[in-house]
Design a protein around this ligand. Structure first.
Ligand SMILES: NC(=O)c1ccc[n+]([C@@H]2O[C@H](COP(=O)([O-])OP(=O)(O)OC[C@H]3O[C@@H](n4cnc5c(N)ncnc54)[C@H](OP(=O)(O)O)[C@@H]3O)[C@@H](O)[C@H]2O)c1
Length: 339
């Protein structure tokens, strides 16, 4: 079977090329997947620009997640059969338990080849059944963005109904965090650079919204909105540039889930509020297969629909990257792998 793939040959958006190769027959524990859709994650942009891992080995096939249909399985494969609708796992060998150094080496589209391809061989453990009610495009948004938000708030954060969650921005991870928090009965405050996006966040269930451009002291606004108590959880996708305000916005003994690095590094982080307010800092790195299974069960029950901003054909991948880079999107940007 022939596979076309988006391959990075040197850092920079101009160095993504479409390559073609013949897939080997599946080994005993391998599964061949005809990939239909993948989603773009901010990480893929960082990988491409060289800011994720300046020592990335190339050529490297890009892509952190995908969904498709199984076309063939090796003799020892028991969980999948041809025709199954599947999604990839971000960490190909993180089945359950805690994150380990070895786990980090199995991340798609970084240390190993990724998913922006028309077909791919996966180890059986590197796949999961996709929820039946979702299209390929929708299922492809789950393995990285959705699972990260789920791991932060539910698996590690133990979100409780009635708690208040502060969500920064309206990108892929953030909108899944909004949907997951509402699913669990939380009050949600969303920040964004755009009033129009904030209106759309309200339509998705956000209870309160703050424009962080027109209200640069958004932490004070959060404080006021919570009766000067602070929020129980912050979904921190900004990183060093937003963390100082997130530390102010969280309540004593609250949780700050450290997920992203979207903001400028800022002037350095004063660690004293972390001690003085006894804050739980939660470093999150996507999630395991077991977490993905639990998330899918919750999503299926709620019929939760991922928010897709726009879908680009594989041949327009560069335009898709530029769209993500512009920050004008709301939710997920998707690549259709079937032009
Ligand atoms: N740790 C992990 O496992 C993990 C997993 C997935 C993603 N990430 C990281 O999480 C971050 C988000 O990823 P993503 O794929 O969801 O990105 P994305 O979809 O590209 O989200 C970008 C959005 O973030 C918002 N944003 C940008 N700068 C901001 C700032 N200074 N303050 C508040 N919001 C800001 C903007 O929303 P508005 O337009 O509404 O302002 C922007 O549109 C990235 O840094 C990514 O690397 C980490």
């Amino acid at each position: 079977m022939q596979s076309k793939a988006l391959t990075l040959t040197a850092f920079g958006l101009d160095n993504i090329t479409l390559t073609s190769s013949e897939l080997a027959a599946p080994g005993p524990d391998e599964v061949v997947v005809d990939l239909h859709a993948a989603s773009l994650n901010y990480r893929d942009l960082m990988v491409t620009l060289g800011t994720y891992n300046p020592k990335l080995e190339m050529p490297r096939i890009l892509g952190s997640d995908a969904a498709g249909i199984v076309t063939a399985v090796g003799n020892d494969v028991t969980r999948f059969k041809p025709g199954d609708h599947v999604a990839s796992l971000f960490f190909q060998d993180w089945l359950d338990g805690e994150f380990s150094a070895a786990t980090g080496k199995s991340a798609l589209g970084g240390p190993i080849d990724g998913t922006f391809a028309t077909a791919k061989l996966f180890p059986e453990d590197g796949l999961i059944h996709a929820p039946d009610y979702l299209s390929h495009e929708e299922a492809a948004t789950l393995p990285c963005a959705a699972l990260t938000a789920w791991n932060a708030l539910i698996e590690k954060g133990h979100l409780i109904a009635g708690q208040t969650v502060l969500i920064l921005g309206t990108g892929g991870v953030s909108l899944f965090a909004l949907q997951i928090a509402k699913l669990h009965g939380a009050r949600v405050i969303v920040t964004s650079s755009s009033d129009e996006k904030l209106q759309r966040a309200r339509a998705l269930g956000a209870d309160d919204t703050i424009n962080y451009r027109t209200t640069p002291d958004w932490d004070t606004e959060v404080f006021n909105l919570t009766g000067k108590r602070g929020v129980d959880h912050v979904v921190e996708v900004g990183g060093a540039g937003t963390l100082p305000r997130s530390l102010k916005a969280v309540r004593p003994s609250g949780h700050v889930h450290l997920i992203g690095v979207l903001s400028d590094p800022g002037a350095g982080v004063d660690v004293r509020p972390i001690l003085g307010k006894s804050i739980f800092l939660n470093g999150v790195y996507v999630g395991s297969s077991a977490m993905f299974t639990r998330m899918n069960a919750a999503f299926e029950h709620a019929r939760l629909k991922p928010v897709i901003d726009r879908t680009f054909p594989l041949s327009e991948a560069k335009a898709a990257f530029k769209h993500l880079q512009s920050g004008s999107h709301f939710g997920k940007v998707v690549l259709s792998l079937k032009d």
